[in-house]
Structures are given as structure tokens and as C-alpha cells.
Design a protein around this ligand. Structure first.
Ligand SMILES: CC(C)(COP(=O)(O)OP(=O)(O)OC[C@H]1O[C@@H](n2cnc3c(N)ncnc32)[C@H](O)[C@@H]1OP(=O)(O)O)[C@@H](O)C(=O)NCCC(=O)NCCS
Length: 182
């Protein structure tokens, strides 16, 4: 079963569950989600197997985006923090990503993108989730952190076939500016 909660409705218990799931998946000890930074429109996914939480993920609208100096007006959503806290390799991650894609299709979201490290094997995982991979677009993506302009060239982007944002930026040579975090 997949539970989908909006950021504005999430409870403290669900925030704790999300953080625990993320830390289990990544083998880290961090606060990833908290009331202060959560976006009210975020969509938080909780995947359960017989009432046991096995995976989480978060969708956030990426806004604003500039391609060159022009603001990209259509909605682009980011697929973030895909984390399996149940046993890995049992299909939970794929199920959750496919649910997220399905959710987008049913809610008029035409652009859903994710970023993952080039130095990982995650191209394969996202391909299994019916997404496509591009390594050139992130080389033109920048974000500003503490007045420093960073490129995302160390990442690959995953996206859905015929994604209008990806098609648009493929036809451009301009720099793509995205928010520091999404
Ligand atoms: C990556 C992750 C989400 C995958 O979830 P999972 O439940 O273990 O994977 P699934 O069982 O759903 O695998 C689906 C397919 O992807 C493949 N796959 C899974 N993890 C993979 C990985 N890390 N690298 C390459 N391929 C992978 C599987 O072999 C499987 O292929 P198949 O359908 O041919 O059998 C999970 O391992 C995880 O939480 N990792 C740590 C956090 C992380 O890196 N998240 C991604 C952030 S961008």
C-alpha cells in the first residue's frame, strides 16, 4: 500500500518515520525532513508491505527554473530521497518509483526528474523504473549555494519519455538555473 501525504499535512511521527527510513537506506544519521524546511506542497510517499514501512520518497516542485535568462513556466517536479528501509532487492524501490510516476500521470504532472551520482549504478535502477537517463543536461545545470555557483555535472538526470522540460532543454544550449535544493 502507498500512502501519499502533502507536506502541509505531515505529522511529527511521519517525519520521524521518513527520517528513519532515509537513514536506514543511506546508512547515515541525518535530519533530512523537518517542519521548517518541508514545503507545504511536497508529496511524501510511504510504501508499506503488510503494514511495515519499506520505502519512502518525496516529490517537490522545482521552482523557479531559468533556462538562460528566461523563467521556465511549466511545472517540473523532482523525485527525491528514494529510500528503501525494508530489504533491498525485493522490488520495493521500483514499486515506489512506479507509484510516483503513476501519481504524476494522474495529477497532470508532465515533468518528473531525478538526479543521482554519476559514480553510482543507479542509471540501471532508474532504467528498470522505465525512466531514461541523460548525462549532458546536468552539466548545464547550476545552483547557487552561499554565493557560489555550483554545476551538477557530477550527476545524471533521470526522466520520463517525452518529458517536455527535458525536450525543451535538449534543444537549447543555455545554462539551466535551478534552486539550491529541491
Ligand atoms: C536504490 C534503491 C532505492 C533500490 O531499491 P530496491 O528495492 O533495492 O530495488 P528493486 O528491488 O526495486 O530493484 C529494481 C531493479 O533495479 C535494479 N537495482 C536495484 N538497485 C540497484 C542499484 N543500486 N544499482 C543498479 N541496479 C539496481 C534491480 O536489480 C532490479 O532489477 P530487475 O527488475 O531486473 O530485477 C535502494 O537500494 C536504496 O534505498 N538505496 C540507498 C539509497 C539510494 O541510493 N537511493 C537512490 C537515491 S537517487
Amino acid at each position: 500500500m502507498t500512502l501519499i501525504i502533502l507536506g502541509k499535512d505531515i505529522t511529527e511521527k511521519q517525519i520521524t518515520d521518513f527520517n528513519q527510513a532515509w537513514n536506514t537506506a543511506f546508512d547515515k544519521d541525518k535530519v533530512i525532513l523537518d517542519k521548517a524546511t518541508i514545503n507545504p506542497a511536497d508529496k511524501i510517499f510511504f510504501e508499506y508491505d503488510h503494514d511495515i514501512l519499506v520505502a519512502v520518497a518525496r516529490l517537490r516542485k522545482i521552482s523557479p527554473i531559468y533556462v538562460g535568462e528566461v523563467g521556465y513556466q511549466e511545472e517540473v517536479w523532482g523525485l527525491c530521497d528514494v529510500s528503501v528501509c525494508g530489504t533491498k532487492g525485493r522490488g520495493y524501490g521500483k514499486k515506489l518509483v512506479l507509484h510516483s510516476i503513476d501519481y504524476c500521470k494522474h495529477h497532470g504532472i508532465k515533468s518528473l526528474i531525478g538526479l543521482h551520482g554519476k559514480d553510482t549504478t543507479l542509471d540501471n535502477f532508474y532504467t528498470k523504473c522505465r525512466m531514461l537517463i541523460n548525462e549532458d543536461i546536468p552539466k548545464r545545470m547550476t545552483r547557487i549555494k552561499n554565493n557560489e555557483i555550483l554545476t551538477l555535472g557530477h550527476c545524471n538526470i533521470s526522466y520520463l519519455p517525452k518529458d517536455p522540460f527535458v525536450e525543451f532543454v535538449k534543444n537549447s544550449k543555455d545554462v539551466i538555473k535551478v534552486p539550491h535544493s529541491w
